[in-house]
Design a protein around this ligand. Structure first.
Ligand SMILES: Nc1ncnc2c1ncn2[C@@H]1O[C@H](COP(=O)(O)OP(=O)(O)O)[C@@H](O)[C@H]1O
Ligand SMILES: CC(C)(COP(=O)(O)O)[C@@H](O)C(=O)NCCC(=O)O
Ligand SMILES: [Mn+2]
Length: 927
């Protein structure tokens, strides 16, 4: 084995550049071993402040073999590969071969007031020839056979609406995106298919009849009409079953998501408040009856409101109501009873006795009333009336749950509070009003699902990932207008906001608590005077359909599982993380721009990314629950998604590569040193090594500051020196007992361990790989679980095989295991010991986890990981993102070891009542 003393070792310098240190070699091999593992004179160094001086890590004459990791493979196609599509099928399509040219990916609901569009997009599918993927599929027995008779496709579902009077804008939109021809994007994934001018688009709502000719004339497409009620019910059932955090209650300004048990969904009352109102008793899929309705609905509010106030738009009318006082218009109980309550029948003086009752006065004309007051009276009259009729119908059929949809609601707090109040008041708390985030899209979704071959109705919660919309929604409003087709348009769109400034952070209507009182409603105290912009009011993100995702099979109780440890519903928590992420931003933009060569184009994209990300953060600060329950993991993922949106495919690419190389160079000596130890000491050294090396985290501000104080090896050594047991959470003894036993008790080795790896460089190379090797040596199969897409400096599944191959050059155990696991496909690896030994070995494998974030939501993992989990009896989760921010409280069916260094002071205090750089070694036996 080549020693470090032989020459140059690439070292990551303070400024992050890779140098060859030839002059300052630490000399002999013995010393260098110490450099790697136990450090030397610096054992008291203080991680926070110590400025490490002097020589870098050991020198080695051996040239680092050129690895060209990032260049040797095609770039990751970040929009697809791991988290979209069906990997087993090339160019997957939802279409049966013989009818692949006549199905559109657009469905419409053309109502009396609004046109709702649901459309599907799929990114360009460049199939990557990923050997790892093929091998792992064979090894884990993941077949090509699809569960369905036709493959369901992965991609994104988008939701857009237009005013029906502006149907031409809608037609332009469809045309510009070529949605009527299967979509621009779809041409890539089904290249052989000719676009068909005789395409048929599913449509529901009265406009499907009224505008059929116009669609034929303008777009050459026929509208295939679907029954409106069928669609509403299909859409509602789909949303309630498949979308997490779809339904919520809204009482006195408080929004609370309701977890619907899909096995206990029916019966319920669906109240769709569009122009008019339909009330449908739903008993099952396709089983329903329209039991009632009312002609006093959204159209009434908007129409009457327009006439009475001269408002130009629905939003203007709604906004007016926020400043209104209805007691000038409505006749209240107190007006009739001389200011008194009518307590005998439970009516307070402020209860509305008669909507618009005061306007009977012959002394006043319309102009004498404030439009604000009129709007509020009208809104209350209609909302209250609908709430009451809904309650009566629920009562009629003994239904406890009422779901309200339709765009009348428009995510407006006061409207929802009013309806909820009515339902609660009349039912004396027996019935519950719930609202849907995709409120107005029920019909359009139902129509979309009626394309038989989409198979959308087969999708389950874990196959849908809701992401923040990345297009126009943060632009102050208008979805209509030119659609943001390509990246360039998106960038210019963001650039415009420099001029518009605050418009990016769209204000949100907030109904503070106490807007409703016993027996009546008080005047709403609206926080801002403006309504949240229409586009962002949709309260929905883009739905990513990922048919290959699965629930991690080893979760002890998937229903109870909550990935996030930190709930950002606590506003101070949200504010803290908002500030942290905002402060990181300039540095991240620099890295991202540099990763793309620092060109003008990259700078422009960097600026646009920063603006888009800030806008998203601001939006979430205003309304944290905009896209469902918000956890820290979502924010961290949002950042990665935003980067990808502006085509920063791997911002930390060069940092990762340098750290990998520097770490691989010292790995052989670390292994030699480990091998010289007793089993007991070695196990401790290994766990300590994982914790110490977890310090290489470019997502932590404190750590990044540290990197300026030394080379990677110096910092690694310093980190090791700080390791002192007991760690803040220290179950090492229990883990050791399980691994090595005591006395005569010799425990059986684990069958298969899943190692969820975290960061590139020392973290994976000097921390997790040696631990993997130890398990392999004990006869345990090891599966390294890595990200599908880059996130910060996390290692990806694509990058790992090369690293393993490099490590295997110096280690027989790793080499044989990697060969057995199909990682060394070429078998061209020269081992230093030259051994040709062919004895069977337990395999070392690499699987992707299905995500592109520093955290992991185990409800949605790749099929590879799910397959690999089947025989696993040990899970090792490493790093802050995967073991602390998420999964700290997760319980598993098998043994679990959670290892992380806490690299954030606030988290350390909150989670483990400790301090930054404290460590967590939590061992949990099987459930
Ligand atoms: N931008 C808007 N323009 C017009 N009406 C709107 C708008 N936003 C919300 N609404 C409300 O939504 C109602 C239409 O709801 P929707 O569910 O789309 O029903 P429909 O299918 O009858 O058009 C309108 O009558 C109005 O009350
Ligand atoms: C993003 C991270 C979760 C990544 O940590 P890792 O999983 O690599 O240990 C972590 O860097 C983090 O929580 N950063 C918070 C920001 C800060 O402390 O500066
Ligand atoms: Mn990480």
């Amino acid at each position: 084995m080549a020693g470090l003393s032989e020459g140059q070792t690439p070292v990551l310098e303070i400024d992050g550049t890779l140098n060859s240190n030839d002059g300052n070699s630490r000399g002999n091999k013995g010393n260098d071993k110490a450099v790697v593992l136990v450090g030397e004179e610096n054992s008291n160094s203080n991680i926070d402040t110590q400025n490490q001086q002097g020589g870098s890590g050991g020198g080695s004459e051996r040239e680092m073999p050129s690895m060209h990791r990032s260049g040797s493979r095609p770039q990751l196609d970040l929009s697809k590969a791991a988290i979209q599509g069906n990997f087993e099928v090339k160019n997957p399509t939802i279409l049966l071969p013989n009818q692949s040219d006549d199905i559109s990916h657009l469905a419409l609901d053309i109502g009396g007031s609004l046109i709702k569009l649901v459309y599907f997009s799929r990114h360009e599918d460049q199939s990557i020839d990923d050997k790892r993927k093929k091998t792992i599929n064979e090894r884990l027995g993941i077949s090509n056979g699809n569960r369905r008779s036709y493959p369901i496709l992965g991609g994104r579902l988008h939701f857009v609406k237009f005013e029906t009077t502006k149907i031409n804008e809608c037609l332009d939109f469809i045309h510009s995106k070529q949605l009527h021809r299967g979509g621009v994007d779809s041409r890539h994934w089904n290249p052989g298919v000719q676009v068909n001018d005789n395409a048929v688009i599913k449509a529901t709502g009265g406009g499907a009849y009224k505008f059929a000719d116009l669609f034929k004339e303008r777009l050459g497409v026929s509208l295939d009409k679907e029954d409106e009620m069928d669609c509403l019910v299909a859409g509602a059932n789909f949303l309630l079953k498949a979308i997490r955090h779809e339904a919520f209650t809204h009482m006195e300004g408080q929004k609370e998501f309701v977890q619907i048990d899909t096995n206990d969904l029916f019966p319920y009352l669906l109240v769709n408040i569009g122009s008019g109102v339909s009330m449908i008793k739903v008993d099952g899929d396709g089983k329903f009856e329209r039991v009632s309705g009312t002609n006093v609905g959204g159209g009434t509010y908007w129409g009457l409101g327009r006439l009475l106030t001269k408002c130009k738009s629905f939003d203007e009318l709604l906004e007016l109501s926020q400043r209104g006082d209805n007691s000038t218009i409505d006749m209240l109980v107190g007006d009739i009873y001389g200011g008194m309550d009518y307590s005998k029948i439970g009516l307070s003086a402020s209860t509305i006795a008669s909507s618009f009752g005061k306007t009977i006065s012959d002394k006043k004309e319309l102009a004498d009333y404030r439009p604000e007051d009129i709007s509020l009276s009208l809104l209350r009259m209609i909302s209250y009336n609908i709430g009451q009729i809904s309650y009566l119908n629920a009562l009629r059929f003994g239904l406890k749950r009422i779901f309200f949809g339709g765009f009348f609601i428009r995510g407006h707090a006061y409207t929802m509070d009013t309806i909820s109040f009515a339902v609660q008041f009349w039912s004396k708390g027996e019935a519950q009003a719930m609202f849907l985030r995709h409120e107005g899209f029920l019909g359009a979704l139902g129509a979309f699902m009626s394309y038989e071959k989409h198979g959308l109705d087969d999708l389950m919660v874990h196959q849908l990932v809701e992401r923040f919309p990345m297009g126009a929604p943060y632009t102050g409003g208008r979805i209509h207008g030119p659609p943001l087709g390509d990246l360039n348009e998106k960038i210019s769109w963001m650039e415009k906001f420099v001029l518009k400034g605050t418009e990016i952070t769209a204000p949100v209507p907030m109904a503070p608590s106490g807007t409703t009182g016993l027996g009546g409603f008080e005047v709403p105290l609206s926080k801002g005077s403006t309504l949240r912009s229409d586009a962002s009011a949709l309260n929905v993100g883009v739905l990513h359909l990922v048919p290959t995702l699965e629930v991690f099979p080893l979760l002890a109780d998937p229903k109870m599982y909550e990935p996030n440890t930190i709930d950002l519903a606590d506003h101070s928590e949200l504010e803290y993380w908002f500030t942290v992420l905002s402060e990181h931003l300039p540095d991240l933009v620099d890295k991202a721009v540099a990763s793309e060569g620092g060109t003008d184009d990259a700078k422009r994209r960097g600026d646009a990314f920063a603006r888009a990300f800030s806008a998203h953060l601001a939006r979430l600060m205003e309304e944290p629950a905009a896209y469902g329950k918000l956890g820290l993991a979502n924010l961290l993922e949002l950042r990665e998604e935003c980067l990808r949106e502006f085509q920063f495919l791997d911002a930390y690419r060069s940092i990762k590569q340098r750290e990998n190389e520097a770490s691989l160079a010292v790995l052989p000596d670390l292994l030699v040193e480990l091998d010289s130890m007793s089993k007991e000491t070695r196990l401790l050294m290994l766990i300590e090594g994982v914790l110490a090396a977890n310090i290489f985290d470019w997502g932590s501000r404190a750590c990044v500051d540290l990197y300026h104080k030394g080379t990677i090896i110096e910092i690694y050594r310093m980190s090791r020196n700080k390791m002192q047991r007991p760690w803040r959470v220290d179950d090492f003894d229990a883990f050791k007992e399980r691994m090595l036993g005591s006395g005569d008790n010799k425990p059986r080795p684990h069958k298969r361990a899943l190692l969820f790896v975290d960061n590139s460089g020392a973290d994976v190379v000097l921390g997790m790989l040696p631990l993997a090797r130890e398990l392999l040596r004990r006869g345990t199969e090891v599966v390294l679980v890595a990200n599908s897409l880059p996130a910060l400096n996390d290692i990806t599944a694509m990058e790992l095989p090369d690293i393993v191959a490099e490590a295997a050059k110096h280690c027989d155990i790793l080499r044989r295991a990697a060969e057995a696991g199909g990682l060394l496909v070429d078998a061209m690896i020269n081992t230093l010991d030259g051994s040709k030994e062919n004895s069977p070995s337990v395999p070392l494998m690499v699987v992707e986890n299905g995500c592109g974030s520093p955290c992991i939501d185990l409800r949605q993992v790749s099929s590879e990981l799910a397959a690999a989990a089947k025989n696993a009896d040990l899970i090792i989760l490493e790093g802050m993102g995967r073991a602390l921010h998420t999964n700290f409280n997760a319980r598993f069916k098998c043994e679990a070891l959670k290892l992380a260094m806490v690299k954030n002071q606030r988290l350390a205090e909150k989670l483990i009542k400790g301090n930054i750089y404290d460590c967590v070694c939590r061992y949990e036996p099987a459930r």
